[in-house]
Design a binder for this molecule. Structure first.
Ligand SMILES: Nc1nc2c(ncn2[C@@H]2O[C@H](COP(=O)(O)OP(=O)(O)OP(=O)(O)O)[C@@H](O)[C@H]2O)c(=O)[nH]1
Ligand SMILES: [Zn+2]
Length: 212
């Protein structure tokens, strides 16, 4: 692993250093509140939430890792944009819930390296091998900061929208009470089906192929 890659790996373990007041965030799905967080690497994260999330009833929650291509450029190469929209809609439907938008682009390796990985994928590698080929772990994300955000927001227990078993395990590790795992399987298409199959086969994601 190069020095550059080592420092990226280290940078992904961070803690909250600053928090804003909350502000209103109107969206097509409803009016959310938004709070921004800063961490010790000066990365800026956000929580968007609706309703009173401090009460005892489990809160519908999503931990969304930044994906510039999927979240803002309508990429069909992954399922991120679809999941972001589905999660916000579901929270709006329940009128209560929280989405953490965490700046862990490219599963923690950053946009630059994700695009390098995409280039390798264009030439036949899968998402895991491309990361390994570049000297990174398959997934370089850390989740302690997510637990810090939930704690800051006084969220007591969550119904976590994810297909990723690691997210459930990590939240439990940081003493966030995950009372339920809610599947969020949306946006499968011909450009991301291999990617999703690899997540299922090599990263252990719970995918049923049920929602095309
Ligand atoms: N390194 C790398 N990152 C990717 C690739 N495709 C998507 N990502 C990033 O992966 C993150 C999303 O992770 P996913 O594996 O789709 O989903 P997850 O967050 O682990 O699990 P879910 O909660 O089920 O969505 C975002 O940060 C994306 O930028 C890829 O091919 N290589
Ligand atoms: Zn994506």
């Amino acid at each position: 692993m190069t020095e550059d890659n080592k420092s990226i790996k280290e940078q992904t373990g961070y803690h909250i250093t600053d928090v804003t007041e909350s502000a209103k965030l109107p969206t097509p799905f409803g009016i959310f509140n938004i709070i921004a967080f800063k961490d010790e690497q000066n990365k800026e994260h956000a929580a968007v939430y609706m309703g009173d999330i401090t009460t005892d009833a489990p809160v519908l929650a999503r931990i969304h890792s930044e994906c510039l291509t999927g979240d803002t450029m309508f990429s069909l190469k992954c399922d991120c944009g679809f999941q972001l929209e589905a999660a916000m809609k579901q929270i709006a439907k329940e009128k209560r819930g929280v989405l953490l938008y965490v700046r862990q682009e490219g599963r923690g390796i950053g946009l630059f390296n994700k695009i390098k990985a995409y280039h390798l994928q264009d030439n036949g590698m899968d998402t895991v091998d491309a990361n390994l080929h570049l000297g990174f772990p398959a997934d370089a994300r850390h989740y302690e900061i997510c637990a810090e955000m939930f704690n800051y927001l006084k969220v007591k227990s969550i119904k976590l929208m994810t297909n990723n078993p690691l997210k459930v395990a990590e939240m439990k590790k940081y003493n966030i009470n995950v009372v339920e795992r809610v599947a969020i399987e949306v946006g499968r298409n011909k450009y991301n089906e291999n990617y999703l199959d690899t997540k299922e086969e090599r990263m252990g994601h719970w995918l049923t192929h049920g929602n095309h």
